[in-house]
Design a protein. Structure first.
Length: 496
């Protein structure tokens, strides 16, 4: 009985804890981060049990309230959604581990407000990975969006304005998603994804089906920050509080890319998306390549570490969206593997930003002077994250980029391949510039009057999850073969 309800438990644990955290208020602030971690530990354990189960026994269907599909809301846990469930819950757990210290410093007395929104956001992300209902997908996306608006607006300086700009773009994206969902309901009389996928092939020639598909894709691309619909992301992620950015930067765009895959393969079909409209995949891959070129070039112009990372995130979105539309197994395998790897890489680097901001007050490039001496553990983890983002073996980033490049060559999309190579070279320039500043500049500032090194590491609650993430990047890189053959390939087989 317990195992049958694991999908519901994974979503309910952080949602119920959000209520508890809010009731605790500011009087028990020290209890809030541990309680949040307990709830996310439950979600992670549920996901860890579900993944091997569905790989062994096949997809698991969970009906909410006992209402059978297609009328009731259904949660589907297949190998791909189970992998995403584990990724989201594990990344959220590590991010929460670090968030307590930065939130206590940045917004004392408001920890309960922050973590209540934070846990609702995570609950929404977990539900998105499993939803089998198109309207529920829209609702959960809006729950994650609304909580994200609030979490970003809790920052200082330009954070409220960045949140407002995100609201504008997010609302436009939500309108497209709702219109697409409405068209599908009018056409099929159903909201269940599998049921819609069964009915739609008979209607493929109609303009309304194509309109619904276009609305859904544009809505998802806005949420994903796919170029040129990315304008909301750089300021939103830059000015968000550190505790917010370490969660939303690794997860929001990756979950949106997963939802795009789910809509293409479950609601519609690869034949409809890729075969009936052959010019569309080419245009989208070209847009992805151009976006990678432009975002990488904009990253070169930055002098603030978090702002630089935001443009790298936009380029990485181009990697994944373009790969899905390359229409071959190598590229799709690379896209799913890169979802996993990029979540870990982005988490690692934003945790570095959080630690540097905690100690230095900001993370402009000059704030990194002498940090290899003063914050050696932080900078060691930064080096691993940077190497992975560049794509240096044996870190995780190398292996997914290898699949993406092979997929691009197989599809004959050499502009996309050139964009990947260009982006990797730009990343090398960006990160080695920071390594040079941190290692060679300001060496004398790291010494006291007696010539001894002044250590100024961030608190353990920030450094420990950072080191764990850096180790995970190497472990996942070395385990890329078993991960692909044992999890991703079977997941894609069920998806087809």
């Amino acid at each position: 009985m317990i195992s049958a309800n694991l999908p519901a438990y994974s979503v309910a644990a952080p949602l119920l804890m959000a209520v508890v955290v809010n009731l605790l208020g500011g009087r028990r602030a020290a209890l809030i981060p541990p309680l949040a971690m307990v709830s996310l530990g439950i979600s992670t354990l549920c996901a860890a049990f579900l993944l091997p189960r569905v790989l062994r026994d096949g997809p698991l269907s969970y009906t909410m309230g006992g209402w059978e599909p297609p009328w009731g809301i259904e949660l589907i846990v297949d190998p791909l959604s189970a992998l995403m469930l584990l990724l989201v819950s594990a990344v959220a757990l590590v991010a929460t581990w670090s968030a307590g210290a930065s939130v206590a410093k940045d917004m004392p007395g408001r920890e309960h407000h922050f973590f209540a929104l934070y846990l609702i956001l995570i609950s929404g992300l977990l539900a998105l990975t499993m939803t089998g209902d198109t309207f529920n997908l829209y609702v959960m996306l809006e729950i994650t969006a609304i909580t994200t608006y609030g979490l970003i607006a809790m920052g200082r300086e330009r954070a409220p304005l960045a949140s407002f700009n995100y609201i504008i773009m997010g609302t436009i994206g939500a309108c497209f998603l709702l219109l697409g969902t409405g068209y599908l309901y009018i056409l099929t009389g159903s909201l269940n994804m599998v049921d819609i996928g069964r009915i739609l092939p008979e209607l493929y020639g109609g303009a309304a089906v194509a309109t619904a598909f276009a609305f859904l894709m544009v809505g998802i691309w806005i949420k994903t920050a796919f170029f040129p619909l990315h304008s909301w992301l750089p300021n939103a992620y830059t000015y968000a509080p550190s505790g917010t950015s370490v969660l939303i930067a690794p997860l929001m765009t990756k979950v949106s890319v997963y939802l795009m895959i789910r809509l293409i393969y479950t609601v519609y079909s690869p034949e409809y998306a890729f075969v009936l409209h052959p010019a569309v995949p080419h245009l989208i891959v070209w847009a992805a390549a151009i976006g990678i070129f432009i975002a990488s070039s904009l990253a070169l112009a930055q002098v603030e570490f978090k702002k630089m990372l935001t443009y790298i995130v936009v380029a990485e979105v181009g990697y994944m969206v373009g790969a899905v539309w390359l229409i071959n197994e190598q590229a799709l395998t690379g896209a799913v593997l890169h979802i996993v790897n990029d979540a870990l890489m982005t988490l690692c680097l934003f945790l570095v930003a959080s630690a540097v901001v905690y100690q230095q007050g900001s993370c402009r490039f000059e704030d990194f002077r002498g940090l290899y001496r003063r914050m050696p553990w932080t900078m060691a983890a930064f080096t691993v994250g940077a190497f992975s983002m560049i794509g240096i073996p044996p870190t995780a980033g190398f292996f997914s980029k290898w699949y993406l490049i092979l997929g691009g060559i197989e599809a004959g999309q050499y502009l996309y391949v050139a964009a990947l190579v260009f982006s990797s070279l730009v990343n090398a320039i960006l990160f080695f510039r920071i390594i040079e500043i941190a290692f060679f500049d300001g060496a004398d500032q790291a010494l006291d009057a007696n010539g001894r090194v002044i250590r100024a590491e961030a608190p353990g609650a920030l450094v420990q999850p950072l080191l764990l993430t850096a180790v995970a990047l190497i472990v996942v890189g070395l385990s890329a073969g078993p991960l692909v053959s044992g999890v991703i390939v079977p997941a894609l087989a069920w998806l087809h």
